[in-house]
Design a protein around this ligand. Structure first.
Ligand SMILES: Nc1ncnc2c1ncn2[C@@H]1O[C@H](COP(=O)(O)OP(=O)(O)OP(=O)(O)O)[C@@H](O)[C@H]1O
Ligand SMILES: [Mg+2]
Length: 257
């Protein structure tokens, strides 16, 4: 039995003339927390959309829990929060959570929902209102609440901290940390490298559709001789030759660990 939760090999995707992914390999093992980092347009969301079969691959293969990603059952144990989470505007918060939990095969438990709202600092009174009346951060908290309540084995969160205030960011990180206790696996994207450093076992740097680095945040700093992860990240993406080398050698070694 394999420990690989995600195994993506040589994934390629273009939009017209834009090569969004140029042969990306990713392997994530059970219980691992992996952060995808990269500048705007690097290909992070495209990789996630390919994983979820929202986009067809031009080339390459992806397996989730050992099952080809095009088979719906490969995603049965997966929770996903999109980059731009916008629930149907006419639903109330309660409607949305009931709907999502039913889709996930989970029961709507009032106690668990209230506890999750408190854990994410979302006003319980808001649940009775239509989601179109929510602020950006409130909407994001509702999406996160749905994801965390769905009790999956794999969480794929595209910029989970986007639009959140500092208190909420800290609370979300607490929820993310609690996923470890359940042995869950996490893949998330973030532009806040400090969050990646804090939350992840491993980070993958994508740049121009190529994987430039895969390893611990610490090893990124060590490799580039920088104390700050931001500076190490900059050096990583500024050096194409280095990046390529990393992609082929060190990155694969890190993936095999
Ligand atoms: N639907 C689309 N049609 C055409 N090009 C697209 C489409 N979606 C993404 N792209 C292009 O693919 C490349 C990768 O985009 P992607 O959204 O994957 O980047 P990202 O790393 O998620 O960026 P961000 O940090 O801004 O979210 C970019 O050049 C983008 O312009
Ligand atoms: Mg994106």
């Amino acid at each position: 039995m394999t420990d690989a939760v995600i195994r993506a090999r040589d994934v390629r995707k273009r939009y017209g003339r834009t090569e969004a992914l140029r042969g990306v390999d990713v392997e994530v093992v059970r219980g691992e927390f992996v952060g995808l980092a990269g500048v705007n347009g690097a290909g992070k969301t495209t990789l996630i959309k390919c994983l979820l079969d929202f986009l067809s691959l031009d080339a390459g293969t992806i397996e989730i829990f050992g099952v080809p990603h095009r088979e719906p059952r490969s995603r049965a144990k997966l929770a996903f929060l999109p980059e731009r989470f916008s629930p149907p505007y006419y639903l109330t918060g309660t409607d949305f959570l009931r709907y999502l939990l039913r889709l996930s095969g989970e029961t709507y438990r009032e106690g668990a929902v209230q506890a999750m709202l408190a854990a994410l600092d979302l006003d319980p009174a808001a649940l009775a209102r239509a989601v179109r009346t929510y602020s950006k951060g409130m909407t994001q908290k509702l999406g996160l609440a749905g994801a965390f309540l769905s009790q999956r084995d794999l969480y794929v969160l595209d910029e989970p901290m986007s639009g959140l205030d500092p208190k909420a960011r800290a609370l979300v990180k607490r929820q993310i940390a609690s996923l470890r206790d359940r042995g869950a696996t996490l893949v998330f994207t973030s532009h806040a490298l400090a969050d990646v450093e804090e939350v992840c076992d491993r980070m993958i740097v994508l740049h121009r559709g190529v994987r430039y680095f895969s390893g611990t945040p610490r090893s990124l700093c060590d490799h580039y001789g920088e104390r700050s992860i931001e500076q190490a990240f900059l050096k990583c993406i500024e050096g194409p030759a280095h990046g390529r080398h990393n992609d082929n050698a060190q990155a694969h070694a890190a993936d095999r660990r």
